[in-house]
Design a binder for this molecule. Structure first.
Ligand code: CMC
Length: 427
């Protein structure tokens, strides 16, 4: 059986044989399909990229029907149970789990880059007290590009490694100060005795105590959430990272763009939207009426549905278990009952069942974040910290790809055909 696709153009009666590789045809192979020799040739029309592979990638595997997610081959459940975020970030970035020595070096190198330049602090201090922390976060990441002009040497692997360290190390410091700024508290300098996530909690919540000691359960829960969010193949923000990166922009500019894409309520802003939705519903007995409004088309059930998962999001399963551990420390949030009831009703309602809408990663994560003391506005920022590892891994993969070209989709033009300019006085 030949791995080809035969296309018959009924406009001309001509047949074309197109190779199939990895269950995929190359859209550019369609260009030979023409009525006249000087035609542009056939294009694939795929708004929102529902069925277009934009790259070949060895980083993350998802089977949306079976609810499988693996980083570099390792199941997400095993990483969430046994790995740390710092180790998982290394895995995503360098392709293999680190040895003990590699991990120790990676940790040390990261802790050497946690500090922010004092001018970055001043830059962040210029935002209004009520600025959304995600707006502060993405602007500050973009501003880092002006502090590290050598990051423009994107073809130099040493420079890329340095920028990678800076980004993975500094995003928690930026996130923490974005939060502290919004509540009028001073910047907290990093504590190198603490883990990556423990130090982040210290930078967020330290008050006047000489040494901040994070609760180990909460520290582990946040670390697990970072692991779960670390990568998710070619989602909206990662595609943005690759798109911007394809113009040879530096990684700070690219990552600022990726963070901007993540900010939207249909993507990383969904966990914030879930919490606002749960607060609006208020109590379990209001759930049926709310579900009815969703089915009537008045808004979506936030934290439900996914472009790729058509079964239970494997990350949501882990998060649900993590929530139980967190609530043992913080006390149970009554909104959890609202969420559980929403899930129970939705999973037996034909509207959601027939559309294969299941809870996604954001359905329960917001409840954990809230229990840990975060304001909903911080939720997408927390997502961005974990996802930074994936964004950079995908950017690095792009830069190593010999077939890399600037991303530049085509369009189907539906506007006016040529017409003559009409002077203002004649309109
Ligand atoms: N609530 C109610 N109906 C929904 C929902 C929802 N959350 N999601 C999809 N639908 C319906 C939608 O109205 C459509 O119905 P119909 O066929 O009758 O028009 C059908 O399901 C298919 O939806 P779609 O919008 O074509 O699906 P999509 O793949 O374009 O959208 C999505 C995926 C995640 C944007 C969408 O499911 C959604 O808006 N969910 C809520 C927001 C959310 O939780 N986002 C976080 C995603 S996970 C974190 C991340 O990776 O970013």
């Amino acid at each position: 059986m030949a791995d080809t696709l035969t296309i018959t153009d009924n406009r001309t009666g001509k047949q074309y044989e197109i190779p199939i590789t990895d269950e995929t045809i190359r859209a550019t192979d369609l260009r030979q399909v023409k009525v006249n020799p000087d035609d542009f040739g056939l294009m694939a029309y795929d708004p929102a990229f529902l069925n277009t592979a934009s790259c070949r990638s060895a980083i993350t595997f998802i089977d949306g029907d079976k609810g499988i997610l693996r980083y570099r081959g390792y199941p997400i459940e095993q990483l969430a149970e046994q790995s740390s975020f710092v180790e998982t970030a290394y895995l995503l970035l360098y392709g293999e789990l680190p040895t003990e020595t590699e991990l120790a070096t990676w940790r040390k190198d990261l802790s050497g880059h946690v500090l922010l330049h004092e001018n970055i602090k001043m830059f962040m201090g210029g935002f209004r007290y009520d600025a959304h922390p995600m707006g502060i976060f993405l602007s500050t990441v973009g501003a880092l590009s002006t502090f590290y002009p050598l990051a423009k040497n994107i073809d130099d692997p040493d420079s890329r490694r340095r920028q990678t360290l800076r980004l993975v190390a500094k995003v928690p410091s930026i996130a923490a100060y974005a939060f502290r700024h919004s509540v009028g508290k001073p910047y907290v300098y990093p504590d190198s005795e603490l883990s990556y996530t423990g130090n982040f909690l210290s930078q967020l919540f330290k008050r006047t105590e000489p040494v901040y000691r994070p609760d180990p359960v909460l520290e582990r829960a946040l670390d697990v959430l970072f692991i779960l969010h670390a990568d998710h193949e070619q989602n909206c923000s990662t595609s943005t990272m690759r798109n911007i990166g394809s113009s040879n922009a530096d990684p700070y500019a690219s990552l600022a763009g990726a963070a901007a894409a993540l900010y939207g309520p249909l993507h990383g802003g969904a966990n914030e939207a879930v919490l606002r939705m749960l607060n609006k519903i208020g109590s379990v007995d209001h759930v049926p009426a709310f579900v009815k409004t969703v089915k009537d088309g008045q808004g979506r059930l936030m934290g439900f549905g996914h472009r790729v998962y058509k079964s239970y999001d494997p990350r949501a399963k882990v998060i649900k278990e993590t929530a139980d551990q967190v609530f043992e420390v913080t006390g149970r949030d009554p909104l959890l009952d609202v969420a559980l009831e929403l899930e129970r009703i939705a999973l037996q309602d034909d509207y959601f069942v027939s559309r294969k809408l299941y809870p996604n990663v954001d359905f329960y994560s917001g409840l954990i974040y809230q229990a840990m003391g975060f304001d909903p506005a911080m939720f997408p920022v927390l997502f961005a910290i974990g996802r930074t590892a994936g964004w950079i891994a995908q950017w690095e993969e792009l830069l190593r790809d010999d077939t890399r070209k600037i991303a530049r989709p085509r369009q189907v033009y539906i506007g006016e055909s040529e017409r003559d300019y009409v002077p203002l006085s004649a309109r």
